[in-house]
Design a binder for this molecule. Structure first.
Ligand SMILES: NC(=O)c1ccc[n+]([C@@H]2O[C@H](COP(=O)([O-])OP(=O)(O)OC[C@H]3O[C@@H](n4cnc5c(N)ncnc54)[C@H](O)[C@@H]3O)[C@@H](O)[C@H]2O)c1
Length: 247
């Protein structure tokens, strides 16, 4: 009998890391993808980068809205029959500023997209994974959730919360056969840094013993967590940061 195909949903699939994860998982055997993002342009670019034979559906969804995230998971089950893996990857960098200078709107934007977005992914994913008794949920956190970045408190605080969210969810859903982990990347090149002052990236690069990364440097961790090789891994924060957090 042919083994069932693996069905993967990725939210925040546009952008540098979303495109790299999508291309890597699409290149692995017997994988169907549902890709979503708030930006149609970014999503189109991700789809263009997929291998020709990729089996993919796309849908626009804002991760801060539970109903929209649920529509991603529903599309996966309607189109492909079930859902094995969810990657919660959307994220925004907060504006450069000290804590007292960042307004409430700025704090709420980071909470809504970085933290509530991850919560919504877990809520929607467990809704379809629990009845089947299996699944792997992967949250994109950041090494900024483990170390202090001056002038980026909303980003650091929400990414730290994502790490803790993965741990609590791992404990809560282990009995349902669902694993929950996160990946903590160091800094790699992407549009997320577009608003940074010009010389900031060079300064950040100097703090990474292996230099700045690329999205391609991260995908191995996602591939591992999306596979059965990680069947005994849950509640983990896998750091892939070019040595940034080592000193
Ligand atoms: N680039 C880095 O150095 C770095 C380091 C650590 C962690 N990360 C994390 O990696 C993830 C991907 O970031 P990236 O660097 O590829 O940046 P990116 O800006 O290239 O991609 C982010 C994607 O998230 C999407 N997005 C934003 N708000 C959304 C929303 N409300 N709903 C759905 N999608 C939304 C954007 O449209 C974009 O496609 C983020 O979670 C980010 O925090 C990035």
């Amino acid at each position: 009998m042919t083994p069932p195909r693996r069905v993967v949903a990725i939210t925040g699939a546009g952008g540098a890391l979303g495109a790299a994860i999508s291309a890597r998982l699409a290149s692995e055997p017997a994988t169907d993808l549902v890709l979503s993002d708030v930006s149609a342009t970014s999503l189109d670019a991700t789809v263009e980068g997929l291998p020709a034979q990729a089996s993919v559906e796309t849908v626009i969804a804002d991760v801060s809205d539970l109903a929209q995230v649920e529509s991603v998971m529903t599309l996966a089950t309607k189109r492909f029959g079930h859902l094995d893996v969810v990657v919660s990857n959307a994220g925004v960098l907060s504006s450069n500023g000290r804590i007292h200078n960042l307004d409430t709107e700025e704090w709420e934007r980071a909470f809504r997209i970085n933290l509530l977005g991850a919560v919504n992914n877990i809520r929607a994913a467990v809704g379809v994974m629990r009845p089947r008794g299996s699944g792997s949920i992967i949250l994109t956190a950041s090494v900024s959730g483990l170390t202090a970045w001056s002038h980026a408190a909303p980003y650091c605080a929400t990414k730290a919360a994502v790490i803790q969210l993965a741990k609590v969810a791992a404990v809560e859903y282990a009995r349902d056969g669902i694993r929950v982990n996160c990946v903590c990347p160091g800094t790699f090149e992407s549009a997320i840094h577009a608003e940074l002052p010009p010389d900031a990236l060079a300064t950040i690069a100097g703090k990474h013993p292996l230099g700045l990364g690329t999205a391609a440097d991260l995908v191995g961790a996602y591939s591992y967590l999306a596979s059965d090789a990680s069947r005994w891994t849950t509640g983990s924060a896998i750091v892939v940061d070019g040595g940034y957090s080592a000193p």
